[in-house]
Design a protein around this ligand. Structure first.
Ligand code: THU
Length: 132
């Protein structure tokens, strides 16, 4: 699946964002190496620390259904239509590297500029199980 299509799916998933506190809507679409797509949105909570980002929602859905070979994750946010890419937060980066340093991150706007990088570009010197 190409980046534009995956980003369109992330933009659709963004519609389900539950973000009454920040009003910042985020959607994610995760593509597995088998070609299966899992979507997610950010889910906020009155106890702010319990908030879950769109990326982790999609990852946890995939893992909990038996899919852990992740090829790429597309992210769309309230800023996408302004051609401002949104990259994963630090907690999500740590969760993403757990499942592969070659995972691609796609962001931007499906009808505008699309950016792609590898999670290893965003997370140098990450903490890994090898350090435990
Ligand atoms: N958020 C995400 O869902 N993904 C990101 O990559 C950045 C931040 C959410 C968390 C919170 O609901 C809102 O955006 C503002 O931080």
């Amino acid at each position: 699946m190409d980046n534009k299509t995956l980003l369109e799916i992330a933009e659709k998933a963004r519609e389900y964002s539950y973000s009454p506190y920040s009003n910042f809507k985020v959607g994610a679409a995760l593509l597995t190496k088998e070609g299966k797509v899992f979507t997610g949105c950010n889910i906020e909570c009155a106890s702010f620390g319990a908030t879950n980002c769109a990326e982790r929602t999609a990852i946890f859905k995939a893992i909990s259904e038996g899919y852990k070979d992740i090829e790429k994750i597309a992210i769309a946010s309230s800023n996408s239509e302004n051609d401002e890419p949104t990259y994963p937060c630090g907690i999500c980066r740590q969760v993403i590297v757990e499942f592969g340093l070659d995972i691609k991150i796609v962001t931007g706007y499906s009808k505008g500029k699309i950016y792609e990088c590898s999670i290893s570009d965003l997370m140098p010197n990450y903490f890994s199980k090898d350090e435990m």
